[in-house]
Design a protein around this ligand. Structure first.
Ligand SMILES: Cc1ncc(COP(=O)(O)O)c(C=O)c1O
Length: 405
């Protein structure tokens, strides 16, 4: 899956450009940097690639989400509807601006179930935040309609789905704002980094200032900048941006390898009638970083995971249902609101009420799902071998635990 697998000469060249000047900060130092502006160039490349108006690079995907929340004016008293299957960063960002993450069931798209979202809308709802998990997308038409009907903001957490599209539009560019992660294991990497993209000028200006202590960035002298609002430091460095600039130039190469390996693996797993696949609202837009598949029930799925482990071939196959970081079931720190700093009791109570709800509809999906991450380095032979080994494991388990039709 990740671009780091193919790190090479292009990445080294861009990093060396920065090392030559020694200017590793993205702002200022206009003279000594000798025309090298990697962060600015990467922001332009993002806009050009994604067809959006504005991009703001930051230090991580988590910082991008936090910045986007603040830039959209989400805060105290607001509720943000988000899925129960995501990475913890999604709710961390909501909490960081003092809002309440309202966890919502996912369906067989592994993303927000639009009907479940509808049930959760209250007068406090300010934003719907779909998370485009594992390289593929939420049902954006349904969510856009809901947001329009209820006058809600739509923020796309596209951290895991850079380069994926929905009906011809890049994920992240469809709502009021979108975020990407360029951490080490994403489709393209900066080593660490993230971005907010938007077509709204106000959201961009807010993001630009918020991620750099509130600087208005209007003049050449940083010390003379005004601070129209309070911000923080979520800046990306030039070294990180340099890596990203190299990687974005290779995006199409990465995507085409992923698609080829994904399609080969899918056709091998399709041989087993008991295996079904994740529903993809627009299959042509899948970035194919993962192949997500379902087994008929939780018992068979658990047995398959155990057998993959026993045969030492579990690596790269994710059973999110048992994962500590990606699914509500294991988020005890959220369920008990264990924080280092004291929070307002009203916020604590509201969050605990959300995190301790019944998620049996999501459990029914997630307990049957395994996602296989797609490597950029696999050869055709290796995909065949991996696929056939997985098929062998599934067949073995099914012969021991037959599933009635
Ligand atoms: C869905 C999702 N959102 C946000 C993030 C946070 O990105 P980062 O690791 O760059 O902070 C991640 C990272 O894995 C993610 O998967």
């Amino acid at each position: 899956m990740p671009g780091f697998e193919l790190f090479g000469a292009t990445e080294r060249k861009h990093v060396n450009d920065v090392l030559e000047t020694g200017i590793m900060m993205r702002y200022g130092f206009d003279g000594p940097r000798k025309g090298i502006w990697k962060a600015k160039e990467l922001e332009q490349a993002l806009c050009q690639k994604l067809g959006c108006q504005y991009a703001q690079l930051v230090s991580s995907g988590t910082a991008a989400l936090t910045t986007a929340m603040a830039a959209l004016g989400i805060g105290y008293g607001d509720e943000v509807i988000m899925p129960a299957f995501t990475f913890v960063a999604s709710f961390e960002a909501v909490l960081s601006v003092g809002a309440v993450p309202v966890l919502c069931d996912v369906d067989d798209t592994l993303t927000l179930n639009p009907e479940a979202v509808r049930q959760l809308i209250t007068p406090k709802t300010k934003c719907v935040m779909p998370v485009h998990m594992c390289g593929s997308m939420a049902n954006m038409d349904a969510l856009l309609l809901l947001c329009k009907e209820h006058n809600l903001l739509l923020l796309e957490d596209a951290c895991q789905s850079f380069g994926a599209t929905y009906k011809g539009q890049y994920l992240g560019t469809i709502g009021d704002a979108g975020t990407f992660s360029f951490d080490f294991v994403k489709t393209i990497t900066c080593a660490e980094g993230g971005a907010i993209v938007t077509n709204r000028e106000d959201v961009y200006i807010n993001s630009d200032g918020y991620s750099d202590h509130g600087h208005d960035h209007k003049g050449a002298d940083r010390g003379a900048d005004l601070h129209p609002f309070i911000g923080y430091n979520y800046r990306i460095s030039e070294l990180h941006a340099a890596v990203g600039l190299a990687q974005i130039s290779r995006l199409e190469e990465f995507l085409s390898i992923q698609k080829r390996n994904h399609s080969q693996l899918k056709s091998i797993l399709s041989q087993v009638p008991e295996v079904s696949f994740r529903r993809i609202p627009d299959p042509s837009g899948d970035s194919c970083t993962f192949l997500c598949w379902f087994l008929p029930n939780a018992a068979v799925t658990k047995a398959v995971v155990a057998e993959l482990k026993a045969q030492n071939i579990l690596a790269g196959n994710f059973y999110w249902f048992d994962n500590n970081w990606h699914y509500i079931r294991k988020w005890d720190h959220l369920k008990n609101m264990i924080t280092l700093n004291a929070l307002h009791p009203e916020l604590k109570t509201a969050v605990q009420a959300q995190a301790n709800k019944d998620f049996s509809a999501s459990d029914a999906v997630m307990s049957r799902c395994i996602c296989t991450s797609i490597s950029l380095t696999w050869t055709e032979e290796q995909v065949k071998e991996k696929g056939e080994k997985i098929v062998g494991v599934i067949k073995k388990v099914l012969s021991e635990q037959p599933v009635s039709a």
